[in-house]
Ligand binder design. Structure first.
Ligand code: MG
Length: 286
């Protein structure tokens, strides 16, 4: 099932993304289920209880054209938002650093989260703005100290993230700043539940800048996969439903090009992952 946070003239609510007459549309399920939580964040902890009713409602609910709504980040205010760095061997190589043996994790500040098609303001104080197309997983329910073997049970699903970075600040001392500016994690376009993606390692991930293909990788090349990352992030930390873990980016970043090609105002960055959809952001002047 694909669940979107969207708004139109009738307010903000959760919808089920469906194939309808050859294209994607939103089944406006709150028409059939008036008691349904209005946000995905509210629905997520109760999703097992609602799942069957959602399946039924999606068959009959009125359709809303995707082009007529604004899509929001699936979880606009996660309690925790982790990201893995250097988690593809070819990306570590282009960054000129050795592959970490253990997962290398950092946090994205809450203000980085924004909708899948929202623009991103160039921070202005550095000319090293760069993109990273990534697969993100979302935590289904509260958990702590989860063994890797059980971690799959706590993954609600997946979506697409652009982990924007100021390369000049991506070092151990300042990574929180280099990855943390407002809007530096556009994401979505919606949650695809994990039952539809039994093995994300089969997915292809691509990033374009102004329609030029820059990244073309396979999630199968992840060094540390989703279950390993969830297990690590839960060590001594109680993860909450809606917490996000972005899993890292394949090679093809602007920083890795010779010479580097960073983002500038007016550029459009589009990230696509098979079966999950795509997101696109325009870079605005600072
Ligand atoms: Mg990244």
């Amino acid at each position: 099932m694909r669940l979107a946070n969207f708004s139109d003239g009738s307010g903000s609510r959760v919808g089920v993304v469906v194939h309808d007459k050859g294209h994607e549309a939103i089944a406006d399920v709150v028409h059939e289920l008036p008691e349904l939580p209005r946000s995905l964040g509210g629905l997520l902890p109760q999703l097992p209880k609602w799942r069957r009713q959602l399946d039924m409602a999606a068959l009959v609910a009125p359709r809303v054209e995707l082009g007529m709504v604004e899509l929001h980040a699936p979880i606009p205010q996660p309690r925790h938002f982790f990201a893995a760095g250097l988690n593809y061997a070819d990306h570590a190589r282009e960054m000129g650093v050795p592959l970490p043996i253990q997962p290398r994790l950092f946090v994205k500040l809450p203000g980085t989260v924004q909708g899948p098609f929202a623009p991103v303001r160039h921070p202005g104080f550095s000319d090293t703005l760069d993109y990273e197309g990534e697969l993100a997983l979302v935590v289904a329910r509260a958990c702590r100290d989860v063994p890797e073997s059980a971690a799959g049970d706590y993954i609600a699903g997946y979506w697409v993230v652009n982990d924007l970075s100021i390369r000049a600040l991506v070092n151990p001392d300042t990574v929180v700043l280099g990855k943390g500016c407002d809007g530096f994690a556009p994401q979505g376009p919606w949650l695809t539940t994990s039952d539809e993606i039994p093995d994300p390692r089969g997915l292809r991930i691509r990033t374009w800048v102004n329609d030029e293909l820059r990244q073309d990788g396979s999630v199968g090349d992840l060094v540390h996969g989703p279950t390993t990352l969830l297990s690590w992030c839960s060590r001594g930390i109680t993860l909450q439903p809606g917490d996000i873990i972005s899993t890292g980016s394949p090679s093809g970043s602007g920083h890795g090009m010779k010479p580097p090609r960073y983002l500038k105002p007016g550029d459009r960055v589009r990230v696509s992952i098979d079966a999950l959809g795509e997101i696109q952001s325009t870079i605005l002047a600072s």
